[in-house]
Design a protein around this ligand. Structure first.
Ligand code: SAM
Length: 292
């Protein structure tokens, strides 16, 4: 029988048979290591109860491994040249549906409603196109669709930022926003040698799961995100400096900033990267209550 799509021999055969040249502009690097592909699906604990959304199936290597374990897979692929390839490579799987659409323009709630039977766990499993990792994750995490697990591959440097703790170099607005939305952890690293063609960065698998309730919630999510972005606008500068960038430098504004910092118990000399998620939430609410 034919080897699975993600074996190096089959990947090479598919690429040559269809005269495919990986498009750099679409982040096309095909993962070609069956152990890693299976471990990605295992990291999502995917079972026959689960409906799965995939982003960027490529030639179908990960799609095949998901299809073997899941109830149904719906995969968004922007590159129409890959449609006939996927038709062929995934021919044996009747639980796969490919949608030829830019994931950033997709209406996820509509697709979920149209394609999946309700009352099944919904998971997202994908080897992301790296040039749009952040917009994809922000879109997914802000959508009204709620996922029971998200397992995604991204470049290692971005993965480090997602899981970074306060006080570290990698900690920034992306860490705070993601950690607000979900519990974030690195499942395992993936070397660049696992891909055809090889990218010039290493990768990592990140797992996001719904987080526990926080002791304090922001009065509005978008206000928290805007505030966090503002605080990190100049990460080498103090919180005090960044807050004046957000609210203004007028003497009466500075007085009110100082008052709010005192209320919340945060020193104005701190660098923004010292603040925890809870600090950011408390400050967002306190500045809002003060009317700033
Ligand atoms: N899943 C395959 C694998 O693991 O080998 C391919 C992953 S490759 C890193 C990223 C895939 O995302 C490519 O197939 C690319 O064409 C697709 N892609 C790029 N931009 C996209 C977008 N905006 N919406 C949907 N798919 C996209």
């Amino acid at each position: 029988s034919v080897p699975e799509i993600g074996s190096p021999a089959r990947t090479k055969a598919i690429l040559s048979r269809y005269h495919l040249v990986a498009k750099k502009s679409l982040g096309q690097n095909f993962l070609s290591d069956l152990n890693i592909l299976r471990n990605i699906v295992a990291a999502g604990d995917v079972s026959k109860q689960d409906n799965v959304i995939e982003i960027g199936p490529g030639i179908g290597a990960l799609t095949e491994q998901i299809a073997k374990q899941a109830r149904k897979v719906v995969a968004f692929e922007i590159d129409e040249n890959l449609l006939p390839v996927l038709d062929d490579t995934l021919m044996d799987y009747d639980n796969v549906k490919i949608i030829n659409q830019d994931i950033l323009k997709a209406n996820l709630p509509e697709v979920v409603k149209a394609e999946f039977e309700p009352d099944h766990p919904l998971k997202l499993v994908a080897n992301l196109p790296y040039y749009i990792t952040t917009p994809i994750l922000m879109g997914v995490l802000q959508s009204t669709v709620s996922f029971d697990a998200i397992v995604v591959m991204m470049q290692a440097e971005v993965a480090d930022r997602l899981v970074a703790e306060p006080g570290t170099k990698a900690y920034g607005s992306l860490s705070v926003v993601m950690q607000y939305r979900a519990h974030v952890e690195v499942a395992f690293p993936v070397p660049r040698t696992a891909f055809i063609p090889q990218p010039n960065v290493d990768s990592a698998i990140i797992r996001l799961t719904p987080r526990e309730a926080l002791p304090v919630e922001p009065y509005e999510d978008s206000a928290l995100f805007k505030f966090v972005k503002g605080c990190f606008a100049h990460r080498r500068k103090s919180l005090w400096n960044n807050l004046q960038g957000i609210f203004g430098k007028q003497p009466e504004v500075r007085e009110r900033i100082e008052k709010v910092l005192n209320e919340v118990g945060i020193s104005r000399q701190l660098r923004p990267e010292r603040l925890t998620l809870i600090n950011f939430i408390e400050l967002t609410n306190a500045f809002h209550n003060d009317g700033l």
